[in-house]
Design a protein around this ligand. Structure first.
Ligand code: MG
Length: 360
């Protein structure tokens, strides 16, 4: 199965409500999509969002990296030589992790199709169902309470609350949400680097003292401040999850060795795809550090690639794969089924996406 063509397109899907974090506000999923075609006419699909504030990638940089560097290096290679293709993909251009992720997942899609199996089974997985949280954007308290209640009504038992823009006022946000949703809903708090280390300890301890149960607090401080992450992790009871601090395998090792977080958030757009994500899973497994699988503002192609990885790896104990739930429509055919908080894997080969109508 030699690669004969790698081409890009662009998808534009409006969101149900604007997505707001401490870093940005976005109202649609506007991503680059990739199609790889092999000599026997098989198609593999990939997707990458332009998350400039986190990965540094823009639509033009993703497209440019794929068309100018990755495609010329990969065309002609055999999909069944998976390691060779991956070494070439990760070696032909530095950084550009989102572009690499889009191509990586399309290659895995084709590889699993060549095995005539769904990707999660090729990766060794047996789990056919995943529970995801739903993100509550950072807004005024009343609006966040309303959004949280609506999510619980829709069947979500885990909410990911975005904070980090107003310091100590975040305590009021979380307290109001906890009171409104009751004790059975799990709350994950994501500050997106919005607090200083001392501020983070003060805020988290205050919530702990008020008896507000939290599943975890994600990326409380600046991504590069490993000392700060370590300080926060050592000073609070609630588990701390590293997100923006961990892109690469090396970052994961550093965070674990420094005990700078209790948990690691793997996202394909940070790792450059499944190949490197599997290495992080292996390291996390060896240290007994549980992982969450997350996504950026991605639609069903990229989120499904993450879902296949999550279904395959026991060390991934938490899923934040709400991209398709945040989208107003689903423009693709096939793939895992997203029903409220549940993602159901199926027996379709590869990622399972059969058609990307209107683009390719
Ligand atoms: Mg995060």
């Amino acid at each position: 199965m030699r690669i004969v063509k790698i081409e890009t397109g662009e998808v534009n899907i409006p969101l149900v409500t604007p997505f707001k974090t401490a870093l940005r506000t976005v109202d649609c999923v506007n991503d680059i999509i990739v199609r790889i075609v092999t000599e026997d006419g098989q198609e593999g699909f990939g997707e990458a969002p332009p998350t400039a504030v986190i990965t540094g990638d823009t639509k033009a940089s993703v497209k440019g990296a794929i068309e100018e560097f990755i495609a010329p290096n990969l065309v002609g290679m055999d999909i069944e030589n998976l390691d060779g293709v991956m070494e070439k993909l990760h070696g032909c251009i530095l950084k550009n992790t989102s572009a690499k992720a889009a191509v990586d997942m399309a290659v895995y899609d084709l590889f699993a199709k060549s095995c005539k199996k769904p990707l999660y089974k090729v990766l060794g997985g047996k789990r056919s169902e995943i529970e995801t949280d739903l993100t509550i954007s950072v807004n005024g308290i009343d609006e966040m309470v309303k959004d949280s209640l609506r999510a619980v009504d829709q069947g979500f038992g885990i909410l990911k609350i975005k904070v980090g823009k107003e310091g100590l006022k975040d305590v009021e946000r979380i307290r109001a949400i906890r009171q409104a949703v009751g004790p059975s809903v799990r709350l994950r708090i994501d500050a997106n680097q919005g607090w200083s280390p001392k501020e983070a300890v003060r805020i988290i301890r205050k919530m702990e003292d008020l008896g507000i149960e939290m599943d975890l607090v994600e990326q409380p401080v600046n991504a590069h401040d490993f000392q700060g992450m370590r300080y926060v992790t050592s000073q609070v009871y609630t588990p701390i999850l590293a997100d923006e601090s961990v892109f690469s395998v090396e970052d994961a090792i550093r965070i674990i060795q420094k005990r700078a977080a209790d948990l690691i958030n793997i996202k394909l757009m940070k790792t450059g795809g499944i190949y490197q994500a599997l290495k992080i899973c292996g390291i996390a497994e060896s240290f007994g550090v549980e992982c969450m699988i997350g996504c950026m503002l991605e639609s069903k192609i990229a989120v499904s690639a993450a879902a296949h990885l999550a279904a395959a790896k026991g060390i991934i104990t938490r899923a934040d794969l709400d991209g398709p739930s945040l989208c107003r429509e689903d423009p693709y055919e096939g793939g895992p089924v997203y029903e409220g908080s549940k993602i159901y894997m199926n027996e379709a080969y590869g990622l399972g996406i059969t058609r990307v109508p209107g683009f390719f």
